[in-house]
Each structure stands twice: as structure tokens, then as C-alpha cells.
Design a protein around this ligand. Structure first.
Ligand SMILES: [Zn+2]
Length: 294
């Protein structure tokens, strides 16, 4: 099954309700085929939890990411966020000023997690379905969608070393575009991380069952996508009112478009008013009950 382009885990995210059947050929990596658990609202924190997650954090995007954080922390000054950092965003090296900004973010209580190495899918997509999934749906940014295991392991090790050299603690890996191929999932299981995420799951990597946790995420690439997102995301948030974790999964451009920005700010303000406790993703992993069964 090494050729499987995208895990059942990430593809099932596109069709809610369709759960992946366990795949005996997938080897020892259970989290790919495990059905997710549903937990009560207070499972992670009394009154529920929320997580503010900023994707694609890199020198080229930092100005927008910083503006996004500023808008969010205007609601609650000590609101903690998990920043998904890309060491070589589209091949570009890091910069001194960016790394100083990351040091400052850590000092303010934010978490840094690894979000790929370059954020680019290096492999050609084979066939129409792969092209649809990996080029149209993700704009060719699913770096870990189809990598062979050794290549995925190498990129994960490079990322770990990059964090270690800077003295930054590292607990989580979130694949670009939430796409994790079966070979990449095997590499991830052996790489020593505490957690990962897909579009609809929070995945503890220390023996916890995956938690069903849909992302509140916007698509901003075109006006029609933004319009649809502003309808879809509030609807999803209403459906998730009793979920244990509300995931605000935001991208740099979510602060650029005023309609989108106002939409997530309003949802975030409401979640805070309703008593949801903001958590870093590493705290979510720590609080995940280990023995929970479906
Ligand atoms: Zn990303």
C-alpha cells in the first residue's frame, strides 16, 4: 500500500460519515485506520476547549501572521496560539528577524510546531484523481501526500534538527494541507512527535485514539470560495457547539480579507464568551484520555 496517494484518514475528511475500514496491509500504524472517538464537551477542559492554530508561518508570511495574532489577541490579551512553522517555505531559507520573532512568540506563551519542510509537493501527480486531490484541491502544497517512507522520515528528521538547533521545543507535526500518505504516516509514527492533525481529527501519537475534531478553516483563494467559507464555517461551528475542541485553523490570508477576518473573529469571541478554554495543541495532546474507546 506504499503507493496509496493519500491516507484514508485525510480523504475521509472530504466525505464526513464515510469511515475508513481498517487496512491490514498498512502495517503497525494504527492511527491511519483507527475510527476516531467522540468525547463530551468537557473532556479536555470544563466548558470545552478551543485551539487557535496559525498555518504556514515563515519569513514570507510573517507580517500577515503577526497581524492575525494581533487581531486575535485584541479579544483576549493572553490568548495562546500554536504556530505551524515551515523551515524552508517554498525553498526559501529562514531569516534572523523571523527567528527573533519566533523566540518572542515562545516567550509570550505560544507554541511552535513543525508544518512540513518546504510545504511543496515534490512528486508529480499520477492520474486524474491524484491530480484533482493534490493539484486542484491543495494547489500542489501537500508535501507529505505521496512521499516514500524514507523521504518522509528524512524531512521529519531535518525539521526536528532545525528546531533543536534553535533551542525550540517541538511536540507536534501537522502535514501541509493536512495530507498524510500511508508511507508518511509510518515515518511519522516512528519520529517521536506527541501529536498530529488532519482536517477532521486530532491525533495523539502516544497511544491515544484519534479525536474527531473538525477544523474551522476558510478557503480564500477566490471570491466564491471566500463567500462559501463565510456561510460554511459558522454553520460548522454551530454543529460543533458540544464538541470538546473547537479548532480555529487560520491561514495568513485570513486576516487580509475583511469579511473572512470578521467572521472568524466573531466566532472566536463567541467561543471565549461561552467559556471555552484556549489550549495549545501540545496541551490538547496531554489532556487526551489514553484509555478512551469508541
Ligand atoms: Zn500549510
Amino acid at each position: 500500500m506504499g503507493q496509496r496517494p493519500m491516507s484514508a484518514m485525510s480523504f475521509s475528511a472530504l466525505s464526513p460519515g464515510a469511515e475508513a475500514a481498517p487496512d491490514p496491509a498498512a502495517g503497525p500504524v494504527d492511527f491511519v485506520s483507527l475510527a476516531p472517538v467522540d468525547l463530551p464537551r468537557d473532556a479536555l477542559a470544563p466548558g470545552g476547549a478551543l485551539a487557535l492554530v496559525v498555518h504556514d508561518v515563515a519569513p514570507a508570511t510573517w507580517e500577515r501572521c503577526a497581524a492575525l495574532l494581533e487581531a486575535a489577541t485584541a479579544l483576549a490579551p493572553s490568548l495562546p496560539a500554536t504556530l505551524l512553522v515551515v523551515p524552508r517555505w517554498h525553498g526559501a531559507p529562514s531569516t534572523f528577524s523571523f527567528e527573533a520573532a519566533m523566540d518572542a512568540a515562545l516567550a509570550r506563551g505560544h507554541e511552535l510546531a513543525l508544518h512540513g519542510w518546504s510545504h511543496l509537493d515534490p512528486l508529480p501527480a499520477r492520474g486524474a484523481l491524484q491530480r484533482l486531490r493534490r493539484r486542484f484541491y491543495t494547489a500542489g502544497e501537500g508535501e507529505f501526500a505521496a512521499l516514500p517512507q524514507a523521504d518522509a522520515a528524512r524531512r521529519l528528521a531535518l525539521g526536528r534538527r532545525w528546531f533543536a538547533r534553535r533551542g525550540w521545543p517541538l511536540h507536534g507535526f501537522v502535514p501541509p494541507a493536512w495530507l498524510l500518505g500511508a508511507d508518511s504516516a509510518r515515518a511519522l509514527a516512528a519520529a517521536g512527535f506527541d501529536y498530529s492533525c488532519t482536517l477532521d481529527r486530532f491525533v495523539g501519537l502516544r497511544g491515544q485514539p484519534p479525536l474527531r475534531a473538525w477544523s474551522l478553516a476558510f478557503s480564500t483563494r477566490a471570491a466564491w470560495r471566500r463567500g462559501l467559507s463565510r456561510l460554511w464555517v459558522p454553520m460548522l461551528a454551530r454543529r460543533l457547539r458540544n464538541a470538546p475542541l473547537l479548532r480555529f485553523e487560520l491561514h495568513p490570508d485570513d486576516v487580509v480579507h475583511p469579511g473572512v477576518r470578521d467572521c472568524w473573529l466573531e466566532l472566536l469571541a463567541r467561543a471565549l464568551e461561552q467559556g471555552r478554554q484556549p489550549l495549545l495543541l501540545r496541551e490538547v495532546a496531554q489532556r487526551m484520555p489514553r484509555g478512551a474507546v469508541d
